[in-house]
Structure formats: structure tokens, C-alpha cells
Design a protein around this ligand. Structure first.
Ligand code: F6R
Length: 241
């Protein structure tokens, strides 16, 4: 596991964007696994900037996102589909038909999950998976539990995740209670993994996830077993290391 120390959020975003950009340059038809949440927004902005300068070409890139809320239509501004279009897909020359997220509007959760696994399989596998880190150690929406969920699954979000996401919705009642998420097995099959972490509020969980016991109670801890993980984190997030 490689830890890249960044000064602050800006620096973390630039360093993470360097790694994502290098992947696209070295393999123009790569498969990127992407994340939503606050942490990667700066890195996506950097990628858009580099695209605008003519330094990046997304025309052959395929993307698979980690997760999507269950029951939120794509045009809801809190859906992850909307987020990705707003922050990246709508601003670069990516082929929209090559951008995939779980179908949040598929009511049959078993079908939604199996369909998404098939889509990921058909891409040929993820070259570089970008991850954020939840305060409780979740990756994607794989919440702490008794076992690692291997495949795409439908999760009941924990109270702490619902509270953390409340800031994006008008009220806590509006926060969806379920999401479809890529499984830990799929995440672990990515050739390379890039974790972005920022802020003092993540310092404790960084310590537990990457320097503590490997346990499904801290889902991100499984990343200690992956052969090619880079963590780009700012000083505040690394303050307990
Ligand atoms: C988002 C996702 C989540 C977030 C995590 C951290 O697609 O899968 O695991 O990465 O909740 O969120 P932020 O970056 O908002 O702290």
C-alpha cells in the first residue's frame, strides 16, 4: 500500500487527478471505476481542466460507478447519475453509452444487482478504481457487517451514513434508505485502486482501516490485501498516522 501525502484538499485533488489522467493517457480505452461523494469532486474538476486544455481524451474510456441510490430517478439532482454528469461526464468527451451506474429505478433489487454485475463483467474488468472512504469504513455503500459482500448488492444504509448524506437533501426524511452498490469482490478485482481521503474527521478511520485488523466491520480494511493500492490523503486525514 502506497500513501501519498498531500498538503490540503487542493493538493490531494491534483495528485489524485495525476493518477487518473496517467491511466487514461497510458491506456486510452481503459475502464475507470468511479466514486461520488464530496472527496473526488476536486479531482474531477482537475480532469475537466486538463480535458479543456487538450491534454486528456475520454473518447474511448469506459466507466463503472460504485453505487446509486435505490428509487431516485436519474434526473433527481441527488442521484449519482446526476452527480457524475454534473461533475465529469457532461464536461468531457466521454461516450455516454460507455458510462455505467447501477439502475436505481429498477425495483427488482435482485435483477438490478445481477444486471450490474453483468455490465461490469462485459467491460472486461476495472483498470483503476477510485474510492472515497466513509466515516464508518464503508467503501462504495458496503457498510460494516459480519461478512464482505462480494457482488453487487442492495444495502440498507446505516444511520451514520444517512446522517452524513443529509447535508445534500432538504431534510433527513428525503435521504434514501437503500442503495445498490458494487461488491467488495468486484472492487478487489480492480487492477489498481486509488483511495482519496481528506479532512481531520477521517483521521481515525484511516488509522483503523489501513493500520488495524482486516475485518468486515471496517470494510475498507480489506484493501490491505490488494496488491496495488494508492491512498492519496491530506495532512489532516493523516494526522493520526
Ligand atoms: C460514493 C461512495 C461512498 C463515498 C464515501 C465518502 O460513491 O461510494 O463510499 O466515497 O461515503 O464520502 P465523502 O467523499 O462525501 O466523504
Amino acid at each position: 500500500m502506497k500513501i501519498v501525502r498531500a498538503k490540503d484538499y487542493e493538493d490531494m485533488s491534483r495528485k489524485a487527478a495525476n493518477i487518473l489522467a496517467a491511466q487514461v493517457i497510458m491506456k486510452p480505452n481503459c475502464v475507470l471505476g468511479l466514486a461520488t461523494g464530496s472527496t473526488p469532486i476536486g479531482a474531477y474538476a482537475q480532469l475537466v481542466e486538463r480535458y479543456n486544455k487538450g491534454d486528456l481524451d475520454f473518447s474511448e474510456v469506459t466507466t463503472v460507478n460504485l453505487d446509486e441510490y435505490r428509487g431516485l430517478p436519474r434526473d433527481n439532482d441527488q442521484s449519482y447519475y446526476y452527480f457524475m454528469n454534473d461533475n465529469l461526464f457532461g464536461k468531457v468527451n466521454i461516450n455516454p453509452e460507455r458510462t455505467f451506474l447501477p439502475n436505481g429505478m429498477e425495483p427488482d433489487s435482485e435483477k438490478a444487482c445481477r444486471d450490474y454485475d453483468r455490465i461490469i463483467e462485459q467491460t472486461g474488468g476495472v483498470d483503476l478504481q477510485l474510492l472515497g472512504l466513509g466515516h464508518n469504513g464503508h467503501i462504495g455503500f458496503n457498510e460494516p457487517g459480519d461478512a464482505f459482500e462480494l457482488r453487487t448488492n442492495c444495502v440498507n444504509l446505516t444511520e451514520s451514513t444517512i446522517k452524513a448524506n443529509q447535508r445534500f437533501f432538504a431534510s433527513i426524511e428525503d435521504v434514501p434508505r437503500q442503495a445498490y452498490t458494487m461488491g467488495i469482490g468486484t472492487i478487489m478485482r480492480a487492477k489498481k485502486i486509488l483511495v482519496v481521503v481528506s479532512g481531520e474527521d477521517k483521521a481515525q478511520i484511516i488509522k483503523e482501516a489501513f493500520f488495524g485488523a482486516i475485518t468486515p466491520k471496517v470494510p475498507a480494511s480489506v484493501l490491505q490485501l490488494h496488491r496495488n493500492v494508492t491512498i492519496v490523503a491530506d495532512e489532516a486525514a493523516l494526522s493520526l498516522i
